[in-house]
Write a protein that binds this ligand. Structure first.
Ligand SMILES: O=C(O)c1ccccc1N[C@@H]1O[C@H](COP(=O)(O)O)[C@@H](O)[C@H]1O
Length: 221
């Protein structure tokens, strides 16, 4: 019997230019993130996120990333990109994440002592937990965290993030077996400027990891 084939989803975050959107989609990205956090070097305003999101073809999901945004700021983002998935990457409470009544990803800063199971329990509405390294400025720092901090069973889908790049994402996918991976710094030539070749290599590496997992499943290992 042919085993179920895993296809690890790919989100590329922090895009600011049309040309990068086109290259990310061509590379095979499933989701594209727009950073609506004014302090980020990759920040775009809501209207610009709307322009960029309109370039996405069907079945590629726009994601709006917020850090401690106000309800008005979130509403402005959603007015510009009405079909967006939300990503909360700051200190938002479960109530604040649930308030827009939209599907969302809850970022977790993976430091020793963080109780991921407790976080999952406090976010029953989260579509996934997005696991990132604890870095200054909340995220996008290009730092890998200790993957052994992830419990073997997490009761919701996991998005692996934090310092991924074309060279380490195979290890990340094979070690963590996440639902999806998320990358920003690792496919950039400068902050907010994506590199088409790196995005292509990143997506190819994820597919290679999927193929190795499928081969191991076929071999019964
Ligand atoms: O990208 C940013 O500038 C950013 C700012 C504030 C919070 C999160 C941010 N990005 C997210 O950070 C992670 C890890 O990124 P990297 O690959 O290590 O650079 C990723 O989920 C981005 O969505």
């Amino acid at each position: 019997m042919t085993p179920l084939t895993l296809r690890t989803r790919i989100k590329i975050c922090g895009l600011t230019r049309e040309t990068d959107i086109d290259a990310a989609v061509a590379a095979g990205a499933d989701a594209i993130g727009f950073v609506l956090y004014p302090k980020s070097p990759r920040a775009v305003i809501a209207a610009r996120a709307g322009e960029l999101a309109r370039r996405l073809p069907p079945f590629v999901t726009p994601v709006l990333l917020f850090v401690n945004a106000t309800p008005d700021e979130i509403a402005t983002g959603l007015a510009a990109v009405p079909h967006a998935l939300l990503q909360f990457h700051g200190d938002e409470t479960p109530e604040a994440c649930a308030a827009p009544a939209r599907p969302y990803l809850r970022a977790a800063r993976m430091a020793p002592g963080l109780d991921l199971l407790d976080l999952a329990a406090r976010h029953p509405g989260a579509q996934a937990l997005l696991l990132d390294a604890p870095v200054e400025g909340y995220g996008g720092g290009g730092k890998v965290f200790d993957w052994s901090l992830i419990p073997s069973v997490v009761p919701c889908p996991v998005v692996l993030s934090g310092g991924l790049n074309p060279a380490n994402v195979i290890d990340g996918v094979m070690h963590v077996r996440p639902w999806a991976v998320d990358v920003s710094s690792g496919v950039e030539s400068a902050k907010g400027i994506k590199d088409a070749a790196l995005m292509h290599r990143f997506c190819q590496a994820v597919r290679e990891a999927d193929a190795r997992i499928a081969a191991a499943a076929d071999a019964g290992t």
